[in-house]
Design a protein around this ligand. Structure first.
Ligand code: AP5
Length: 245
């Protein structure tokens, strides 16, 4: 890793002078955090601030389940129960997305990896294409806040923008401020399934944080504050050169 990593200094210069300027270097970020931490809310904004592509495994899987296939029905059943979709399928879908041209200049991964096996496979697959994860950021939010966020969430069917009935309601009920799309509530946002998702997170995804703490200089950022404050903290975390691990 190292202090000599040129991407960080170039990125810092670019962002200090003008947030969305073209830059010659690439930054690949993994954004971790429990269900409801604000990954989806933040990743799109922060991705445009640093001129990279937002890739959310949950959005990719929700696109897949719209298909009329046995595989789509099987995946939907996992998601509706709040369980993880099997590693092999999720990895294949995410890697296919990361091989698209808009990810060549960098990406922010949201919702992936969720198991140590996914994290190791991601590192191996990226190394095979001469890429790597440059920054791993963990959004930290207390559990009681998470459940309140999930049960009040509304999402846009078209652009996936995220709203909250109390904390960030749309201007017109049921209509996306950004694209005019229809808002809906996710089937896995019931209190019971949200609790299950948090249990699965603790069992399968907390070990991924340990994996990244030893391999990638994981940085914790508080996700409990205003959306704008958290975006700024994330931007700073991406701009800060990684420490030696
Ligand atoms: P996924 O879609 O990834 O869901 P998740 O990780 O459970 O995360 P969420 O989308 O629930 O939360 P978020 O952190 O994005 O929060 P958000 O920004 O929306 O995964 C869903 C399912 O897909 C999984 O259960 C699994 O089945 C499957 N899956 C996905 N990836 C997989 C993988 N890698 N392997 C296997 N299976 C996989 O915010 C939540 C709410 O809070 C919103 O209403 C928002 O407006 C509000 N909010 C956000 N920030 C703030 C703030 N600062 N203040 C007040 N309110 C806020």
């Amino acid at each position: 890793m190292g202090a000599a990593r040129s991407w960080a200094s170039t990125l810092t210069r670019s962002l200090t002078s003008e947030p969305n300027v073209e830059r010659g270097n690439v930054v690949n970020v993994v954004l971790m955090g429990p269900p409801g931490a604000g990954k989806g809310t933040q990743a799109g904004t922060v991705a445009s601030l640093v001129s990279v592509t937002h890739v959310a495994s949950g959005d990719l899987l929700r696109e897949l389940v719209k298909q009329d296939t046995d595989q789509a029905r099987e995946v939907k059943a996992y998601m509706d129960r709040g369980e993880l979709v099997p590693d092999e399928l999720t990895l294949a879908i995410v890697m296919a997305r990361l091989s698209e041209p808009d990810c060549e200049n960098g990406f922010i991964l949201d919702g992936f990896p969720r198991t140590v096996s996914q994290a190791r496979a991601l590192d191996e697959e990226l190394a095979g294409t001469g890429r790597r994860i440059d920054r791993v950021i963990n959004l930290v939010v207390p559990e009681d806040v998470l459940l309140g966020r999930l049960s009040g969430r509304w999402l846009c069917r078209d652009c996936h923008a995220s709203y909250h009935a109390v904390f960030s309601p749309p201007t017109v009920a049921g209509v996306c401020d950004k694209c005019g799309g229809q808002l809906y509530q996710r089937e896995d946002d019931t209190l019971e399934t949200a609790r299950r998702r948090l249990e699965v997170y603790e069992r399968d995804t907390l070990p991924v944080l340990e994996y990244y703490r030893t391999t990638h200089d994981l940085v914790d950022v508080s996700g409990d504050g205003s959306v704008g404050e958290i975006s700024e903290a994330l931007r700073e975390a991406i701009m800060t050169p990684p420490a030696e691990v």
